[in-house]
Design a binder for this molecule. Sequence first.
Ligand SMILES: Cc1ncc(COP(=O)(O)O)c(C=O)c1O
Length: 398
Amino acid sequence: MLPISKMAAAVKPSATLAAGAKARVLKAEGKTIYDFSLGEPDFNTPAHICDAAHKAMQQGHTHYTPAGGLAELKSCVAKWYKRTYGIEFKPEQVIVSNGAKHSLHNALAAMVGPGDEVMIPTPYWVSYSDLVQMTGATYILVPTTEENGFKMTPVQFRSAITPRTRLVMLNSPSNPTGSVYTRAELEAIADICIEKQIGVISDEIYEQLVYGDAKATCFATLRPGLADLTITISGVSKSYAMTGWRIGWAIGPAHVVKAMDTVQSQETSCPSSVSQLATIAALEGDQACVGQMRAEFVKRRDLVVKRLNELPGIRCTMPDGAFYAFFNVSSWFGKTLAGRPITDSASFCAVALEVAHVNLVQGSAFGAEGYARLSFATSVEQINKGMDRLGALFRGEL
Ligand SMILES: Cc1ncc(COP(=O)(O)O)c(C=O)c1O
């Protein structure tokens, strides 16, 4: 029998992708499933971006590009940061990868290994811990609380630092909580990073999806010299409904980006040429599409939070960004639903799926027992139907 490496055996399948797969099985059995598990916009990629891809193919841009992406795209990304946040990055500080997840992987692979610790505030995006583990480094979870808006405090951060801490992974706006750190909150963390010389991977993939008064902050801009300690991660997947195009990027000190480029050249040669040209159209074209999607997400967020809070035993705080509601289900623990005991977030979500046909992701997958995540990247009609089904489940009607 062919062997399986220790590394591969230790990696867990993504809980969000697994939740999607479970729902697909029920759908194949002919059941109507209200699926709130997936982390991708339900909108199609805007037409002008697709047109740019057609044009790229017709013009013969169907070959390998430089490993870290086209020079044209790197300078377009750098210009986007200058326009959006006023920060100057040189093209050699930018690397384009096959999605933000790939950039995260390469950033970790370039910077840490066995003996190093990477701090991850919880709740965290499911992939972070596995991506750290794949490098041989150890991840240290720092639990945040609902009372603190699911944000790590400076005191928590400082007290979790050990002599082995190399990096902290920040994600604002957050998947799964939708929390957005204020500038002042991030400045307090930045000051500790500078004092202790801790590097930061700042995953800002949801930066264009913030609502109300919330503002996304580019961590690297917060203090002079902080860019030397920061790898900024982002991409087009979420803001431009381009999850399938697989383009993300990392921006950091040139020596780290160079190491990432070398890793990437041996892994994947380069990101898709056609997708790279489509990304230029996304970043430089009409931005009205982003505003339209954002407005739709606000409508859905308000509806979801209102409807969740109307359900017995459910408490949901208002997310300020991304497209997730992370709600407290712990008052159901120790009770039964549809005759089945609810002992944790996994058993809660299993009953929601199998009895109410509502697909959620258990909080434990994000390192936060007591909660469930609902993605509102789905239609108002689906949201209303799903909430009706959960209501019926809680009233004992299913
Ligand atoms: C916090 C976070 N970072 C990164 C990613 C990955 O994005 P991409 O599709 O560009 O790889 C996701 C996708 O769900 C995410 O939620």
